[in-house]
Write a protein that binds this ligand. Structure first.
Ligand code: SAM
Length: 299
């Protein structure tokens, strides 16, 4: 997105924010963490959600007085945006950063069934950020293990429980890449879990403006190491089925198991020979990766 240069000749170049408006394509971009003159949430909170994302969701999917819930509220961006738009808001976090956020584990929300008109959530992406010392912090679980996805499945189950039928939720997340551990498609894995409960409305790619993307040493490492820096986040927009209108997602074949279950190699071989129950391409790739790891460790 272009930013207007309103500076006079000779002045040091200063970027100005474009006006806040509805995003209309599936590629969202805004060059600032906050809109307007005030801060929403705290831009110094590592991992704070850019507020225009939440503004866009609430502007489209809620109306005045609706109840908006953020089960992992961090610095409170959702609360501030919701109040800007005259929505009621509830924020939870295992590490509350301000008085209007309740200390709660998002796997057990203290809210009755079907009370929320909208839920926004921006969970930890693997172990990239050390949010707090709380042992309940899901950011202590690495995306290479079942526990991370199992924990987020419980959070998604709770979101489904508190959301009113027919209403919407947004989950903002990034995949993960680590030089030594490789790539983890967190977005795809969480989308699969979301689909067990919700109807997909759309998938948005949100341009990341993190400083590290511009840093020479990061860019050089990605170039020379033949990997990619995370240029976008996913924003999954989902709708809870309305009993009357929606097609229940149950009609589809839903995979209930966690994505990182160990693969039984002998079963894969037997199935291959018999030509039945062939593992999917994905399962084969994962099994191969695990086998290589074991071989590298000399097991
Ligand atoms: C990416 S940050 C959220 C940022 C937030 N949207 C903002 O704009 O500031 C993820 C948050 O999840 C919280 N969290 C991690 N595990 C949690 C759990 N089990 N229950 C509730 N919150 C949790 C962390 O403390 C952290 O504040």
């Amino acid at each position: 997105m272009n930013m207007k240069n309103t500076n006079k000749p000779g002045m040091k170049y200063k970027k100005t924010k474009p006006p806040l408006q509805r995003q209309v394509t599936t590629l969202w971009d805004y060059p600032s963490q906050n809109y307007g003159d005030k801060m929403q949430g705290n831009q110094n909170y590592i991992g704070a959600t850019p507020s225009y994302i939440i503004w866009n969701l609430l502007d489209r999917y809620t109306k005045e007085k609706d109840l908006v819930v953020d089960p992992m509220c961090g610095s409170g961006t959702t609360l501030d945006v919701a109040r800007d738009l005259n929505r009621r808001a509830l924020g939870y976090d295992v590490n509350p950063t301000r008085d209007d956020i309740f200390r709660v584990d998002a796997r057990k929300l203290p809210l009755e069934d079907q009370k929320a008109d909208f839920v926004f959530i921006d969970p930890p992406y693997s172990t990239h950020v050390n949010y707090s010392d709380s042992p309940q912090c899901i950011g202590k679980l690495h995306a290479d293990c079942n526990e991370y996805y199992d924990a987020l499945r419980l959070v998604i189950t709770e979101i489904n429980r508190i959301l009113k039928p027919g209403k919407y939720m947004g989950l903002y997340v990034s995949d993960s890449h680590e030089i030594k551990k490789g790539f983890f498609p967190i977005g795809f894995e969480l989308f699969e879990i979301l689909r067990e409960f919700f109807i997909p409305v759309d998938i948005i790619a949100v341009v990341r403006h993190n400083k590290t993307l511009e840093m020479g040493n990061y860019r050089k490492a990605a170039d020379e190491g033949n990997f990619f820096l995370r240029g976008f986040n996913y924003l999954f927009i989902m709708q809870k089925p309305d009993k009357v209108k929606a097609v229940p997602p149950k009609k589809r074949q839903v995979k209930k198991a966690s994505p990182y279950k160990p693969v039984n190699k002998s079963k894969v071989d037997t199935d291959k020979q018999s030509g039945q129950n062939q593992p999917t391409k994905n399962q084969r790739a994962r099994a191969l990766a695990r086998q290589k790891k074991r071989e590298a460790k000399g097991l």
